[in-house]
Design a protein around this ligand. Structure first.
Ligand code: MSP
Length: 513
């Protein structure tokens, strides 16, 4: 049997230093819909997310909470996993950087790079922002403060190990030039070259002695591996790299896609590729840096606390409404604003009016006029062609958009077809046909065309709105619910639909503000 094609997609591993917000959900929901879409297409998908648990910030948080760092992260990770479950995130593997196999593999990677001369011992002097766990140079500071969070930085000097990042500068530029798809969107590639590579790459500090909560360097245990080497390695340690069983590594590496927020694209397109070059491993095929979700135009911030637990939105509006909004509202790559007002508008216009009403009206009419039995679609008229052509072309268009990572556009295509279905109802007026016995076959055909369009949209929606897709397909009671059945005309004539089920409730504007 032919082996399935593989698809390995990752989210960043999140810091479990505070509870997650809608921004974390945004990345993860997008990765989930890409994974689900590839599964639908028959790929052998490996979708990974996880948590980045070491570092001084966690050490301090745990101390403040009066617990050990491990106790602290265990609790946060359980909470994160609960959130992902509530959001229907279909990850295949959840990596924690405190996993023993990860720690051992990182130690081996560090030792290998040291033995071959890519890591060396030196002295680190720099300005450090503890909450952000970032070192900055004088020129990067804004008004003398951390450019990311605006807080005080402090001067630190300590013995440290360094990774010879500068050695890989030319190879990185060559790689970017010869692999134009590697960094996306393309504007981010130019940013990396102009802002970081052209001014010259400096060697990177990769160990610390001023805190303990990290992976010890085996040959110099007063040092712990500094977070980015620990964190970035997750993408291969989870697959068994540098372990006794590296079969998953052989199968899935290189990753097809690292999905990351724009603030960490530098780590994924400069440091991570240089580490992989040093390890003599292939580079990921693509790194996509998406924009930020803002709240009221500003950054969603754990430290500002200007956000709600995403579970409150799920409880109030339903999981698929939150997923839909996250996937649809912001063109991928740009920044976008999260507002409850827009969320409610989207629910009412797209989910209630366009999708929910269409399915409900169609199934109800098929009950009213044909006791729920699917009629043959043999009495065709010209007016059907436009709808049938759009529905038949839909999978191809959606697949193309998904390959370009334009998830919002892919969804928009599906909802355009749903809109066409609603227009088709207005144009064909089934309730008028029903009054004339001689038009019974035509009425059956109109409803067949609608049910068939809904079936095909329902299959495609499984990547984005899994619960709703299930509800739609089970109302149709069809066995033709895979991508192999995507062509128009596969809905089984003569089956009886299940009772109509309401999909979405209209939300009154004043609720949830
Ligand atoms: N631990 C590092 C990543 C290591 S990956 C090897 C980290 N963690 S984080 O928790 O601070 O952020 C992780 C990711 O969360 C961001 O890159 C981004 O994908 C996502 N987001 C965090 N806030 C966000 C928004 N406001 N909007 C969109 N995405 C956001 O960085």
């Amino acid at each position: 049997m032919e082996e399935k094609k593989t698809y390995y997609v990752t989210t960043p591993i999140y810091y479990p230093s505070g509870s997650f917000h809608i921004g974390h959900c945004y990345t993860t929901i997008i990765a989930d819909s890409l994974a689900r879409f590839k599964r639908l297409q028959g790929y052998d998908v490996y979708f990974q997310t996880g948590t980045d648990e070491h570092g001084q910030k966690i050490e301090i948080k745990a101390r403040d909470a009066g617990v050990t760092p491990k106790e602290y992260v265990d609790k946060m990770v359980a909470d994160a996993q609960d959130l992902w479950n509530q959001l229907g995130i279909s990850y295949d593997y959840f990596i924690r950087t405190t996993d023993k196999n990860h720690e051992e593999a990182v130690q081996k990677i560090f030792k290998k790079l040291y033995d071959q001369g890519d890591i060396y011992k030196g002295e680190y002097k720099g300005l450090y922002c503890t909450p952000c766990e970032s070192f900055w140079t004088e020129t990067q500071l804004v008004d003398g403060k951390c450019p990311d969070c605006g807080r005080e930085v402090k001067e630190v000097s300590e013995e440290a190990y360094f990774f010879k990042l500068s050695k890989y500068q030319d190879r990185l530029v060559e790689y970017f030039e010869s692999h134009p798809d590697f960094i996306q969107p393309v504007s981010r590639k130019n940013e990396m070259i102009n802002n970081f590579i052209k001014p010259g790459l400096e060697d990177l500090c990769v160990s610390r002695t001023s805190f303990k909560w990290g992976i010890p360097v085996t040959f110099d245990p007063s040092h712990v591996v500094y977070v980015w080497v620990d964190a970035l390695s997750n993408y291969i340690t989870s697959l068994g790299y540098a372990s006794d069983d590296d079969s998953k590594f052989k199968k899935y590496w290189p990753a097809d896609l690292h999905l990351v927020g724009k603030e960490i694209i530098r780590f994924h397109t400069i440091i991570w590729p240089a580490m992989l070059m040093a390890l003599d491993l292939p580079l990921p095929k693509k790194v996509f840096g998406h924009g930020w979700l803002l709240i009221d135009g500003g950054k969603i911030s754990k430290s500002l606390g200007n956000y709600k637990d995403p579970r409150e939105y799920i409880k109030e509006y339903g999981v698929d409404a939150v997923r839909y909004y996250s996937l649809r509202e912001v063109p991928f790559g740009s920044d976008g604003n999260f507002s409850v007002d827009n969320l409610v508008d989207r629910i009412n216009s797209d989910l209630v009016n366009n999708l929910g009403n269409l399915v409900n009206r169609t199934v109800s009419m098929n009950y009213k006029y044909f006791d729920g039995i699917v009629q043959s679609g043999n009495t065709k008229e010209d007016i059907d062609n436009d709808l049938i052509n759009s529905v038949n072309g839909l999978y191809k268009v959606v697949a193309e958009k998904m390959d370009e990572l334009k998830v919002s556009d892919a969804l928009a295509e599906i909802f355009d077809v749903l809109r066409k279905c609603n227009k088709y109802i207005d144009d064909t007026t089934p309730w008028v046909l029903a009054k004339d016995d001689s038009k019974k076959d035509r009425l059956g055909t109109v409803l067949y065309n609608l049910l068939e369009s809904i079936r095909i949209c329902g299959i495609l929606l499984s990547a984005y709105l899994p619960e709703t897709s299930k509800k739609i397909l089970s109302q149709l009671n069809t066995k033709k619910n895979t991508i192999d059945d995507i062509e128009f005309g596969n809905l089984e004539v003569g089956i009886t639909l299940s009772e109509p089920v309401h999909l979405f409730d209209r939300i009154e504007k004043n609720i949830g503000d």
